[in-house]
Ligand binder design. Sequence first.
Ligand SMILES: [Zn+2]
Length: 66
Amino acid sequence: MDKKVYNCNICDSEIDIDNGDIVGYFGICKVAFCVWCLSSMTDMVIQLNGFNDITVLKERIKELKE
Ligand SMILES: [Zn+2]
C-alpha cells in the first residue's frame, strides 16, 4: 500500500490503515472508509438485508448449501 494520505469518504477523518480503516474500490471508484463508518455501513447492510433475523439467516444458510 502506498503512503498517500486518504480521508474517509463519509466523515472526512484521516485514514489509518494500521488501525482497521480501509482503502479499496467501489467498481472503478477509489474509496476509503474509517473503521467507524465501515462498521456503521456493515450494520446498515445487516439490517437492510434482515441478517439480524434468525429466520432470514437460516433461510440464507439453506440457500448457500444448495
Ligand atoms: Zn468515517
